[in-house]
Design a protein around this ligand. Structure first.
Ligand code: AMP
Length: 535
């Protein structure tokens, strides 16, 4: 016998309908690449999304077709999130920082029919047009005067908005995001309506984004990175005010945060690094944010300290494209007021606790069938499962999970008795020295706290006696001098003696991936001839 409640298919269209109905007048501000600003609201976003759905159908786009976007954060991109899903299409957010071969591969692999793009990426479009074999229509979001092609505003403006959202199963796909693995071609992660709605609802919790109608969010995390952490959906559910900037210039972000009374922001740690440098150079305070969600890579201790001293709650989050992406988020616990400032920073430096809906476990690195204790000490391979966690990659034949439905994250971590996750490394980056594991990430985090160090990356190098030993690559802060001895002295009290790097090498730059993370793969390739003295 079934229960006696109403049917309600978990589709994204409910999200935008609710935002327009309950929070229709709440503003959505965009600072565009050319410096001008526009203001719209949730009601208008819905109307534009309805028009866009009609415009896509007029181009011949059908249910299940992929529509790509190559764009930064702005209100027209937001409209597309709802317009594409609203007509039953799948929005494929493409990362413009990918290399040409990857751009060619993913667009052709996704079989994108339409590309929506920012004028700033016209050079990419011009270069790739002949290599993209499936795109039939190009639409520019913000064309300059005299543009000869589909301009987003007039393209959707030709429609009347008299449209009924496409219906279908809540398990239909709605979004596609590629993730570049350490080996092989990028892989597509296809989100469903149901998984997206559930993920966004979970993201609203006080222990996650803590959104309400009083929230004003400036998301620095790009809309092309892991579904912008689900913010465009969670924000609509709570009816928040969004402030978007199509350019990631700290001066512009800072001014917007102050002027628009931004309460919340979200981004990778490098965003805050740039913001700190800007404020230091200008001799001004950080913006008075209530909360900053930081994730994508480990948030260094000094960053947490500085933001917390500024009165900003730091929500350190962990996740992956494959996990929609939120897996864990940090935040105060019931004993928070009894902790010292340093203890609070220590806790925040860990990756937080799973939000309801996801389960985590660690297993032995050498034997994945052995589950490890949640004792705050034992580190192992991190696995995850839940309704917004990947089951299989786009067009993939095989399940991406093991038989029990656990997805292997490729991360290494420790789970504490209170459920807090402490990430220690990537499976491929942990350094095995004399049979014991050394966390390259912890070494890096300790090193970036050293005065004069701008960025640090640690990799294991071959050693005849120990198998591998850590070598630390360091980029100096501009205009500052720091020696290898100073770095070693700084590390000494922070890490175990046998973790101390065998060498500190100064480099002009450290390679990064398209999502701004340190690329150990490229760093290793760059130093493939490197040899440790005495090895
Ligand atoms: P992506 O799919 O590009 O978002 O990359 C996901 C990976 O980023 C994870 O598997 C982690 O290795 C890393 N990552 C994400 N959040 C954090 C965090 N808070 N601390 C450390 N690493 C993180």
């Amino acid at each position: 016998m079934l229960g006696a409640m109403q049917d309600w298919t978990m589709r994204i269209t409910h999200v935008i309908d609710a935002a327009a109905r309950e929070s229709g007048a709440r503003e959505i501000v965009t600072h565009w690449a050319d410096g001008h600003e526009t203001r719209t609201n949730w009601a208008e976003v819905r109307t534009d999304a309805l028009k866009m759905a009609q415009a896509l159908e007029a181009l011949g786009v059908k249910k299940g077709d992929r529509v790509a976007s190559l764009a930064m954060n702005h209100s027209r991109h937001l409209v597309s999130w709802y317009g594409v899903a609203g007509m039953g299409g799948v929005l494929h957010t493409v990362n413009p920082r990918l290399f040409e071969d990857q751009l060619e591969y993913i667009v052709n692999h996704a079989e994108d029919k339409v590309l929506l793009y920012d004028a700033a990426f016209q050079p990419i479009v011009d270069k790739m047009r002949d290599r993209w074999t499936t795109i039939e229509h190009y639409v520019c979001y913000d064309p300059a005067d005299g543009f000869d092609g589909h301009a987003f505003e007039s393209w959707i403006g030709a429609q009347d908005g008299e449209y009924t959202w496409a219906e279908g199963s809540e398990r239909d796909p709605c979004m596609l995001c590629y993730t570049s693995g350490t080996t092989g071609n990028p892989k597509g992660v296809q989100y469903e309506h149901r998984s997206t709605v559930m993920h966004a609802m979970a993201g609203l919790q006080p222990s996650a984004f803590n959104f309400g109608p009083a929230s004003v969010m400036l998301p620095v995390v790009p809309m092309f990175h892991a579904a912008s952490w689900g913010l465009p959906y969670a924000g609509a559910m709570a009816g928040i005010k969004f402030v978007f900037s199509a350019v990631n210039d700290p001066a512009i972000l800072h001014e917007l945060m102050i002027r628009e009374k931004v309460t919340d922001s979200a981004g990778v740690p490098t965003v805050w690094l740039a913001h700190f440098q800007y404020c230091d150079a200008q001799k001004i305070d950080l913006p008075p944010l209530k909360a900053a969600t930081i994730g994508g890579s480990a948030c260094p201790r000094f960053m947490i300290e500085r933001l917390m001293k500024n009165g900003t709650r730091v929500q350190h989050a962990w996740g992956m494209t494959e996990t929609s992406p939120i897996g864990t988020v940090g935040g105060p616990t019931s004993d928070w007021n009894e902790l010292t400032f340093d203890e609070k920073v220590d806790k925040t430096a860990m990756q937080g606790r799973p939000i309801f809906g996801v389960e985590l476990r660690t297993v032995d690195l050498d034997d994945n069938t052995v589950e490890l204790p949640r004792d705050g000490e034992t580190s192992g391979a991190l696995q995850i499962r839940g309704p917004w966690i990947i089951r299989r990659y786009f067009k993939g034949e095989a399940d991406a999970c093991n038989n029990d439905g656990w997805f292997d994250t490729g991360d290494v971590g420790i789970i504490h008795p209170d459920g807090t996750l402490q990430l220690t490394d990537r499976t491929k980056d942990v350094i095995k020295s004399g049979g014991e594991w050394i966390s390259s990430v912890e070494l890096e985090n300790a090193a970036v706290g050293c005065p004069g160090v701008a960025e640090a990356a640690c990799v294991g190098m071959y050693h005849s006696k120990w198998d591998e030993r850590p070598v630390l690559f360091v980029v100096k802060k501009e205009g500052e001098d720091v020696t290898a001895d100073a770095v070693m002295d700084h590390l000494k009290p922070l890490i175990a003696k046998w973790w101390m790097p065998d060498a500190v090498e100064f480099v002009d730059d450290i390679p990064h991936t398209a999502t701004g993370k340190i690329s150990k793969k490229d760093l290793r390739a760059r130093f493939s001839d490197y040899s440790l003295e005495g090895a």
